[in-house]
Design a protein around this ligand. Sequence first.
Ligand code: ADP
Length: 607
Amino acid sequence: MNYKKYKILYYFIKVLGYIPPHRRKQYGGLLGLMFLSSFLETITVGVIAFFASSVSDPTEVLQSRYIRYVHQYLDEDFLSSPGELIGTLSVLVVVCLIVKHSFVMWQQFWTIRFSGAMEGIFGEKLLNGFLRMPYEWHLTKNSADLIFAIALRKNIASGLLGAILQIIADILVVSFLLVSLLIVQPQVSIIVMVCLGGGAVGIYHVIRNRLDSVASEVLKYRKSLHSLSTKCIQGVKDVKVLGKESYFANDFLSGAFRLARLSGTQNVLGGAPVAVLEIIGFIMLTSSICAMMLFMDYSTASVSGTITLLAVTAWRILPAVNRLLQKFASFRNSLPNIELLFGYFREIELDQNRTIGKSDTDQKEIIKFDKELQLKDIGFAYANGTKVLNSINLSIPMGTTVGIIGTSGAGKSTLVDILTGLLKPSKGSILIDEIEITKHNTDSWMHSIGYVSQSPYISDATLAENIAFGVGHSKIDRANIRECCQMAAIEFLEDLPDDIDTEIGERGVRLSGGQRQRVAIARALYNKPSIMIFDEATSSLDVKNEKAIMETIYGLKGSQTMIIVAHRLTTLEKCDLIVWLEKGEIKMQGDVEQVINAYDQMQRKSA
Ligand code: ADP
């Protein structure tokens, strides 16, 4: 039993299950179009063969049963002379070709359009799925691999659905042509079937295992080249400063050369059936002609008709059989990619089932922060077992500004990720106005947080689009943008050529570190958060810029509840409460003077 073949069938059925019902109907419609175009193809081939035999011996053709049918059912005087016969058939050949080609073009347009739509649907399924996966899952993945997986969506769209459509179309063409050949020339068609069928199956069996192993190797190398280039382009600063350009370039080149050799082998293996079948096809054609002329007593019209039928059939059947074999080979090439994508689909589905559950799909709760945020006995360990937080108890009344300090690795960022709902505590609970954060209200809690990180992401878009991140251009609240710019003290707005509609980011106006932080603060304020979290937001700035940004942050004091994580103690002077975190535990908490003095002393001692 060919296990791989059934795997493709399994994925095909799964894919059909994923696509929306109206797209499944469209797919069925495309199959109908394929059937019709195969039928037109067969008629055209038959008419051309009939035309050829009429040209070689019109008198005999005029007495054939086909013309007798015409006389019987249409008109007795129609097609009664050789001139009329050849003239009518010439027009018929041209009409058939025009109709067939127009139909095939129309059908191809819909097929390509369908494949494009499928690419979009599966690309969205992956992107949306990845974005909805827990943050912890992302911590265990390589971002380049996820981007690469989205780029592989073509393997499902054209590599699986499109290929199956093409396979069905080619099977139909081959069957239609063989059946008509069988009706007209039974002996010859048996030779065709045995030679072509045997040849096709034989060559496919010889190369399939080698194709499989080459396909997995090709995927491995493509993935690693993609990962390598993403890694060094993202880290270009370090690459340049450390002078590692040649190291990465050489690494890329050696991988690319290995991939080139594999791609060559893959191409030869994929193309081998074409060459073998072409040779078999021509042996078949020439030996049939010899057999008919030398050993069988056929008339000239019959021989030339059969030769034309054979030639025209070979002209259509050979490419169809070739395409069939190539599609089977490309299935094997796409299989590792399809398996990779289905691996992600499974992970996404598993997570959706785990977080939503079957019975509580729409139990989404809104959570509001009006009084107090409490952390009760919070503990956390990463997936690799690293225990980071232990018994954290903390209470943050609404409207207060809390500073978090601690040496590097103390667990500050992890605590912030837990507070934002990105990470789920391994033990303990977070309470908002006495209501526990659960899977039903995590989204609502996350949306009420304004978060500013150390290196905020500035996209290639206008200032307004960067502030109203993820809001369509027409839906942006421009008055709110201006208010947020003012609160975030974006004084450079005056210098921008198109005001809030100026393009910023990689291809637009380049912003300084301080300006980026201000954009991030305005972004955090845009959704009117009930709590703002600054995670080392000023750590990468110089002292002057840090001071200016901190003044902006403290300007929000009173109207906002704020949590500020910082490593420079001077930046936390205006906080209401300081929490000192050490080795995953709260070592001390209290007012600024008390905690900062103790922390300062500890640092002096250890220095
Ligand atoms: P801080 O922000 O105080 O410097 P972090 O919260 O970043 O500390 O890290 C606390 C500890 O957790 C460190 O020992 C760090 O190595 C570990 N850690 C951080 N991220 C991960 C992760 N994704 N997987 C495993 N361990 C991690």
